[in-house]
Design a protein around this ligand. Structure first.
Ligand code: FMN
Length: 193
């Protein structure tokens, strides 16, 4: 069975470089044989994490919906903007809400637990969002995901993609292929467990 991999950008911005990276990642994963689902967090709007809100209303429907989508995949490839050298609020808020899920009906349910996760980033600057990935990696490990070492960061996002959405720089393209290959291999290990 092909590895089932969920891909999403941590940005809903019009023209987002991370959305472009997520599209390129999806093509590469599919070329390498994965069964790919690409989503937008715009389809899962969430309030700011608030424990009082959770106590009153429970987990928001969109967080549960997203949690179920995550759990239906072997791995996740997240394309992460960098805000002030760290994780942007949309992404952190989304990860946090999903981390608060502990049950689905009467069964225990932790969508992030043991999920293989690969990280990518894209930015308009030279450093390509790589500093933010240290923080995303740390947060994802804290929620129980297995974050793989290989990652791919795209600098100067405005000129990084060709008209067909491919990454122009060959070194970055090689990193992307390697990260996709590694994620698929880890997912294959998981499906044998
Ligand atoms: C509040 C804020 C802080 C930012 N800080 C950084 C930063 O530390 N490093 C960086 O490379 N880009 C930074 N940027 C610029 C983003 O990389 C740029 O907006 C990028 O396009 C965001 O990703 P997106 O295109 O996927 O939306 C920042 C942008 C915002 C709004």
């Amino acid at each position: 069975m092909p590895a089932r991999i969920l891909v999403f950008p941590g940005s809903n911005r019009t023209g987002s470089f991370n959305a472009k990276l997520a599209a390129a990642v999806s093509v590469e994963l599919a070329n390498q044989g994965a069964d790919v689902t690409r989503i937008s967090l715009a389809d899962y709007p969430l309030p700011l994490v608030d424990e009082d809100l959770k106590a009153e209303n429970g987990i928001p429907d969109n967080a549960m919906r997203l949690g179920r989508v995550i759990a239906a995949h072997d791995g996740v490839f997240m394309c992460c903007p960098e805000y002030n050298s760290s994780i942007p609020p949309l992404l952190k808020n989304t990860i946090d809400w999903v981390s608060l899920i502990s049950r689905d009906g009467d069964r225990p349910f932790k969508p992030w637990a043991d999920r293989f996760v690969a990280l990518g980033s894209a930015s308009d600057g030279k450093f390509a969002g790589i500093r933010g990935l240290y923080h995303v990696r740390s947060v994802m490990m804290n929620v129980g995901a297995q974050v793989i070492s290989e990652q791919c960061s795209v600098s100067f996002g405005e000129s990084a993609f060709d008209a067909d959405g491919r990454i122009i720089d060959p070194v970055t393209t090689a990193r992307l292929k390697k990260a996709c290959r590694s994620l698929i291999e880890f997912c294959a290990v998981m499906s044998r467990r």
